[in-house]
Design a protein around this ligand. Structure first.
Ligand code: NDP
Length: 328
């Protein structure tokens, strides 16, 4: 089958493309410009015509993906801004919501052979802030972020602006399939990963140009910054495999699925690194007794997708190996 991957040049997406190709799929990668596809064409040259590019200059435009979905059997929609630099929340919310609705609308009209659409959401669409620590699952929704952005607009926190974009995109997609269920040949599946970490294979000219999540890891390992903060994580290669399994497993249809390996403090990553590697050491052991404000149940994902997630030791070793090789 042939799979359309939107935002194909992104950190997560390039691993999704590679995993699809390794599993024998053909891939059509959507990027915003020819220039953004150059690295991909080189990276996947050995796959010949099993990898092709399509240029979608503006994902928020109606009909944006009309050509891109033709002849496609499944869609992986990853394109969405992930950064904490938005002034107007619309900078994040517009592309997140309109981009998602546009790809679904194109799939409805022209995706006659599409069987499943997998969308990359996030635990950002689930997380909540509470006075006690929480254990959350797929039934939880982060309505707090939407309320904050509705009330405060530009004055809302950066986290709330990004999180609201993920909640609203997800809700818009579920509403879309409910409304059009009699006109579509496909079902929908959402991947909800926490912070995505691990090596990079997308185009990264320098460590300072890393995508948001990989940069946080570099700040911890190379600079010793933020060590008393943390969150939950998944290795990017496991998340990519989850996106592929979500196409293959019937039970993934109609579900949102948390894809999470566990909780961490950045200090834990320093402690998990192989002995002798060059990185900041912080205060070894300081992360051990921390009570995490939020944790996620990951049983549903493990059951449906059947993936054994990488350990911190394995991911840390691979990331430090990459830094070494790149001189970061
Ligand atoms: P990257 O920044 O590496 O990739 C983002 C991708 O989305 C790029 O292809 C980018 O294209 C595209 N994109 C961003 N804004 C727009 C826009 N306005 N119009 C069109 N395309 C756009 O980030 P990630 O790989 O980390 O993120 C991929 C997905 O994973 C996102 O949906 C994100 O929310 C989600 N996610 C990521 C997590 C993480 O920790 N990394 C955690 C949970 C979810 P371009 O290069 O042209 O800007």
């Amino acid at each position: 089958g042939k799979v359309l991957v939107s935002g194909a040049n992104g950190y997560v997406a390039v691993w999704v493309v590679r995993t699809l190709l390794e599993e024998g799929y053909s891939v059509r990668g959507a990027v915003r410009s020819t220039e953004k596809g150059t690295h991909l064409t080189q990276l996947f040259a050995s796959y010949g015509d099993k990898f092709e590019l399509v240029i979608v200059p503006d994902i928020t435009k109606e009909g944006a993906f009309d050509e891109a979905v033709k002849g496609i059997d499944a869609i992986e929609h990853t394109a969405s801004p992930y950064h904490f630099q938005a002034d107007d929340p619309a900078e994040l919310i517009e592309p997140a919501v309109k981009g998602t609705v546009a790809i679904l609308e194109s799939a409805r009209k022209y995706g006659t052979s599409v069987k499943r659409v997998v969308v990359t959401s996030s635990t950002a669409a689930i997380i909540q802030v509470a006075p006690t620590s929480l254990i959350l699952d797929e039934s939880d929704w982060n309505d707090q972020a939407v309320e904050e952005v509705t009330q405060k607009g530009r004055e809302a926190s950066q986290a709330a602006k990004y999180r609201a974009s993920k909640v609203l995109a997800e809700r818009a997609a579920w509403d879309f399939v409910a409304k059009h269920k009699d006109e579509i040949s496909w079902d929908l599946s959402f991947m909800n990963p926490p912070l995505v970490l691990g090596p990079t294979i997308h185009e990264v000219p320098s460590a300072s140009a890393l995508n948001t999540s990989a940069r946080m890891m570099h700040d911890a390992f190379a600079k010793g910054e933020g060590l008393t903060t943390g969150g939950s994580w998944i290795d990017v290669r496991d998340l990519a495999l989850a996106h592929v399994r979500a196409l293959q497993k019937a039970e993934a249809g109609g579900e949102r699925i948390i894809v999470c390996a566990g909780a961490f403090l950045w200090q834990d990553w320093l402690d998990a690194a192989p002995a002798g590697s060059k990185h900041q050491k912080g205060t070894p052991g300081a992360g051990k007794d921390v009570v995490h404000a939020v944790q996620y149940k990951n049983e549903k994902g493990i059951r449906i997708l059947g993936i054994r997630y990488r350990s911190m030791a394995e991911t840390a070793a691979d990331v430090l190996g990459e830094y070494e090789a790149r001189g970061w």
